[in-house]
Write a protein that binds this ligand. Structure first.
Ligand code: UDP
Length: 409
């Protein structure tokens, strides 16, 4: 059976929400771009998400063959922690919509544990395979940073869905191993399909002209891009600059908004003050996704100091723009970045080591350029069309050769 129509479930991450603020980030980008690329290739995709405060149209077509459908379940501004109780409502709304429109899907692909619960129920009800991408996993997250607290239901649902899904998508070998080790997942059901990057939007531009567009002078720029929250480890960026032999002529830019009021932003600002770095750091706030290429191109190095990153789209976007990355060796980052070739991976969140790597790059135009070229080359193999082809193959294998055991869905 060929795959013609897929249902994507992304209950809390609407692909229309602007990334880099609130809870909107890499997952929103991933769902939108993957669906768009599959849609361009001819697959019909319905993306089901929960109605939220910014909804304009309940059903919105966002590209060839791709629709976003907002379903009402609970109050539009319900807190993430309250969504678990709303899952049966969401499922009911989804089934009503499907029946009203007489829709039949060949595969269900769900994103994140909440949606995975819905995806499992839906796939079993309509008897089609269930593919799941967890994006982040609670047990890895809790191990990565003390203080991360997750809902008690989350690891239970994650383990249950891993046991029943037809296919689990992992972004890196690290994530696949953790699924087997921490959740007892059958590694044979786990496929490695990376995230992708839009190679047209994220491409090398003339650094001099983008800097003048952004009103920057000749300082060396260390860039951070992402939501501002503790797990992103922004303190390490400040400590890195403080540990450099000379922070003279260096500027840090932080692009992205705080997830929780200004709590983490204030903490980072306070640290910058204590390290005498407050004049060296600009908090730019959220930037439109399509304008980010200007910032990556203006930067000399992109720093990704996260405690945990299941993939780390920001690193790949930076590389696609030809800007080397210095990052912690966690999760998907160690798959994307080639240490010593496209940037540096640091095993420990150690400011001296980060500072040393950043200084190596910014003190040598030759190294910066050759790493930038290698980075772009590496990213070129990870365009969304390549990723979508891999994903289409995953769907096809499942629908054409369903497993013989009871766990096929
Ligand atoms: N992003 C954006 N504008 C901002 C900050 C971030 O569009 O101001 C986007 C960024 O381009 C990337 C995503 O948000 O695509 C962040 O993804 P990542 O996987 O790095 O982190 P996550 O948000 O998933 O934790």
């Amino acid at each position: 059976m060929s795959v013609e129509r897929a249902a994507f479930i992304t209950l809390h991450a609407c692909p229309l929400a602007a990334p880099g603020q609130g809870k909107s980030g890499g997952m929103n980008v991933y769902v939108r771009q993957l669906a768009a690329a599959l849609g361009e290739m001819g697959m019909k995709i319905d993306i089901f998400t929960r109605e939220h405060l910014d909804v304009v149209n309940r059903v919105e077509t966002i590209g060839p063959n791709v629709r976003v459908i907002h379903l009402k379940a609970g109050e539009p501004d319900a807190h993430l922690g309250d969504l678990y109780a709303l899952l049966p409502d969401f499922l009911e709304q989804l089934n009503d919509f499907r029946e009203e429109e007489g829709l039949e899907y060949d595969v269900v692909h769900s994103h994140y544990w909440l949606s995975a619960w819905v995806g499992r129920e839906l796939s079993q009800a309509i008897n089609v395979p269930h593919v799941v991408t967890f994006h982040t996993l609670s047990l890895i997250k809790m191990q990565s940073r003390a203080g991360e607290i997750e809902q008690t239901e989350r690891p239970v649902v994650e383990a249950e869905v891993m046991a029943t899904a037809g296919r689990i998508i992992a972004f890196s070998p690290h994530e696949r191993d953790a699924m087997a080790r921490l959740y007892g997942a059958d590694a044979r059901k786990v496929s490695l399909v990376p995230c992708g990057v839009d190679l047209e939007v994220f491409r090398p531009l003339n650094q001099k002209s983008v800097r003048s567009r952004l009103g920057l002078n000749g300082e060396k720029i260390l860039l951070y891009v992402g939501r501002v929250e503790p797990i992103k480890g922004l303190d390490l960026l400040v400590e890195t600059a403080a540990q450099m032999d000379s922070a003279e002529g260096v500027r840090m830019m932080v692009v992205g908004a705080d997830v929780n009021g200004d709590r983490e932003m204030d903490r980072v600002k306070q640290l910058a003050k204590e390290r005498d770095m407050e004049d060296k750091i600009d908090f730019v706030g959220q930037v439109d996704h399509d304008d980010l290429a200007l910032y990556y191109n203006a930067a000399d190095v992109c720093v990704v100091p996260s405690y945990y990153e299941s993939f780390g789209l920001v690193a790949l976007e930076s590389m696609a723009c030809g800007t080397p990355v210095v990052a912690t060796r966690v999760g998907g980052l160690s798959t994307i970045i080639q240490h010593g070739r496209t940037g540096y991976l640091k095993s420990w969140r150690c400011p001296e080591a980060f500072a040393n790597s950043v200084e190596m790059i910014i003190s040598s135009d030759g190294l910066q350029q050759s790493m930038g070229e290698a980075a772009r080359k590496r990213a070129e193999g990870m365009g969304w069309d390549n990723v979508a082809s891999l994903m289409w193959d995953e769907y096809s294998v499942l629908t054409e050769h369903p497993a013989k055991d009871d766990n096929k869905y």
